[in-house]
Design a protein around this ligand. Structure first.
Ligand code: HEC
Length: 153
């Protein structure tokens, strides 16, 4: 190995260690969520398990962190997605939303899923259970419509 290559590699390793110090708080996790969607609405096992495995890591207070999620720079990116995801839609506080907000969220969910925008790429690559087939997407979309209708009965 040439001297320049060595210096470059040491610098890279140093930089990697240095960025680990940069503080960024891990989004909090709790499994005590009495207002959670799955505890409060009519939902089939099938759709519930799809939401759990394809959405809950970013859209609930029950995020699970793989080991690489705690290593910078990946962690900056993952924590950011979770913070942003929860801000837009947090299934853990579903029952605290107004009916109008729930209806809007259901509509957004159907659109995001049918158009393949959600789950966010490349999440399904590392979480194979989050891959949704056309049939899965349709099942989620159908469920959002049924629930939205029930809201205003
Ligand atoms: C890897 C993290 C991640 C996963 C998994 C994920 N989302 Fe998101 N979601 C985000 C982020 C970040 C945003 C906000 C930024 C954006 O719109 O791209 C968002 C925004 C949204 C929005 C609001 C904005 C819009 O596009 O209408 C909806 C609705 C949504 N997600 C639904 C879902 C559903 C349903 C699932 C599961 C099928 C899911 N998401 C899975 C990260 C994620």
């Amino acid at each position: 190995m040439g001297k320049k290559t060595k210096i470059f590699l040491y610098a890279l390793a140093g930089l990697f260690l240095l960025i680990q110090i940069y503080p960024m708080e891990q989004p909090e996790v709790t499994d005590v969520n009495p207002d959670d969607l799955l505890k409060n609405v009519d939902i089939s096992e099938n759709v519930a398990s799809m939401l759990k495995s394809a959405c809950y890591d970013c859209h609930s207070n029950e995020s699970t962190y793989p080991w690489y999620a705690n290593i910078a720079p990946v962690k900056w990116w993952i924590y950011d997605h979770i913070n942003q995801g929860r801000e837009d839609l947090n299934f853990s506080v579903w029952n605290t939303l107004s009916k109008a907000d729930q209806a809007e969220a259901l509509d957004d969910i159907a659109t995001a899923v049918m158009e393949g925008e959600m789950p966010l790429k490349p999440y399904p690559i590392t979480h194979p259970k989050a891959k949704l087939s056309e049939e899965d997407k349709q099942a989620i979309s159908d469920w959002t419509e049924i629930l939205a209708e029930k809201l205003f009965e």
